[in-house]
Design a protein. Sequence first.
Length: 214
Amino acid sequence: MALTSTPGVQLSDRAAGRDLARKCNEFAASLISKYPKRFGAFAAVPMPSIDDAIEEAIYALDVLRLDGVVLFTNSDGVYLGDPALRPLYAELQRREAVVYVHPNASPDPVAHHLGLTDNLIDFPADTTRAVAEMHYLGTFAAAPDVSYIFSHAGGTIPYLAGRLAIVDEMKIIGDGAATGTAADALRKLYWDTALALGGNALQLFPRFKTIYKK
């Protein structure tokens, strides 16, 4: 169980978001306590306040003993690879936590001019941007013992895996000595198959493994 779809607890009122996260997490913990064989839960984390996020993550993992946390690909335009979030990842790394990542609406107003729903194009693209930034800006390398699960078969990451490999060969983004290659990072990630509709999407995963074969 997880409060995974937008807007989650990302409210314009910071205090309201913080209070909602706590209520949701304590309710989830009460269900697990009552039905331990039926439920598990990832904790809602109030972003983009880094202090609130850290406080709730620590409480949810250490006190409520929830199974991990939910983060959105961006919160008010701050993406998960942003170095400002590094203190949160330090706490998650310390606990070798599970992080479930769900896409959020693009912060770019141009993305909304066509009138398309966010989940049609922007959700997969936002997941892809988050994965790329988390790799190239060093988040994965800084928190290597965190288990990351990305929604919807990783957005367009499986399709673009070959392009990431080319970028690594060209050495035009990031510091490969510090982060390793995208292949190194992607091998360690997990992907759910929600909305990975039909064989066309799932067939990309064997190709993904071939591109990044050991």
